[in-house]
Structure formats: C-alpha cells, structure tokens
Design a protein around this ligand. Sequence first.
Ligand code: ADP
Ligand code: 5GP
Length: 207
Amino acid sequence: MEKKGILVVVSGFSGSGKGTVMKELISRYDNYALSISATTRSPREGEEHGREYFFKTREEFEKMIAEDALIEYACYVNNYYGTPRDYVEEQLGLGRDVILEIEIQGALQIKKRYPDTLLLFISPPDAQTLKNRLVGRGTESMDVIESRLSRAVEEAEGIENYDYFIINDDLNACVEEVNELIRGEHRRVSRSLELINEIRADLKKFQ
Ligand code: ADP
Ligand code: 5GP
C-alpha cells in the first residue's frame, strides 16, 4: 500500500550520531534510500568518493549550482554541501523513503520546496556527550571541533522548524524510534487518500 516514498530530512549537531543512526537504519530495513551529498570538504580517513560523499572542487560544486543539479545546498563551516537532484527524484518515484542527512539551512530550503517532507532532529542527551563524541570520533582538529560546537549553539535555535526531536542515547533505541516515526508518517490521512478512496468505493457495494 506504501506506493509513494516519503522525503525525510534528518538533522542534528555535528557529532550527535546521526550518521551512525542512519547507517544502522538502512542496514536493518530495505525500504530506505540514503542520499549521497556533494561537498567541497576533504575526505576523512576511510571515506570514499561516491560512498560517504561526492567530493568536489569549489568550481565543480558551483557548476552543479548553476545547472540546478542540486535540490538544496548550503555553506557549513567554510565548505559547500548539497543534495543531487537525480537520485532523490528517481528513488521517490520507485516508492522508497529517501533520507537526506543535512544541516538546518538545507532542511529549511527542502521544507519550503517540498512541504510534505518529514523533518527529524537528532540530539545527544547533553552538551558534554556531544563534545565527547566529537573528540572521540577523532576526525577533526580541536579548532574545527570548536567551530562545530559553536555552530551547534546556532542550530539549536532552529529546532522548532522540525516535526520530531529524538535523543540518540542508546543507539538501538534511537534507530527503532526513527523507523517507527517514518512508518507512522505513511499512515497520515493526507498520504493515504488513494487507499481511502478505494475503500469508499468498495463500501458503496453495501448501499
Ligand atoms: P554525526 O554524523 O552526527 O556527525 P557520527 O555518526 O559521526 O555523528 O557520530 C559521532 C561519534 O559518536 C562517532 O564516533 C560514533 O561512533 C559515536 N556515536 C554515535 N551514536 C552513539 C551512541 N548512541 N552512543 C555512543 N556513541 C555514539
Ligand atoms: P560532515 O562534514 O560532518 O560530514 O557534515 C557537516 C554537516 O553538513 C552535517 O550537519 C551534515 O548533516 C551536513 N550535510 C551533509 N550533506 C549535506 C547536504 O547535502 N546539504 C546540506 N545542507 N547539509 C549537508
């Protein structure tokens, strides 16, 4: 019955664990498609072009903007990040729920452009846990960590733009909660009009 895919935005402070939650979610359930963003930031150790991101030069990225190849883009801590259009449109058309793991400026562009998007915000249980996770990940210098923590203060002001606020304390619980929220979204009346009309027509046989 779930023919049409839902566009799902997942945001959260850097280090909140949203990447880990999304990887686990897509490994457990096969109805999700995780969009791979383009970015001008350098790959971290272990990251691969075409798997975590499409790593681009600034010129290449600006060309994608000019060609309208991105459905949203933003500048985050001195780098561009954006969502390629083709994959999202193709996967939604195939009925899969497409997840965009993006920051808040991009989330607001998506909400404006596609108002029936489901917007989820993932947070650590507290600020110290956020810092510990960022430091523990070991992928950024202390300078970059400080910039990301200060960005988190600004991002926290925008949480009211989202539909659901989810704490990532226990990883397993968080993954299941995200899955349930998306499944629940499919049950929304406004997304089930086709089915509702079929049942209405079917009921008429009793008249
Ligand atoms: P983000 O994508 O939000 O920047 P990551 O997924 O890279 O964050 O997670 C940041 C760090 O926190 C990683 O080292 C990850 O292993 C760890 N982490 C993620 N979720 C949890 C959790 N529920 N409990 C403990 N550590 C976590
Ligand atoms: P990171 O450098 O840690 O991978 O990502 C930094 C931030 O950029 C994160 O908040 C991440 O969600 C966000 N981000 C990743 N891809 C995109 C994208 O395509 N568009 C936007 N707007 N933000 C993105």
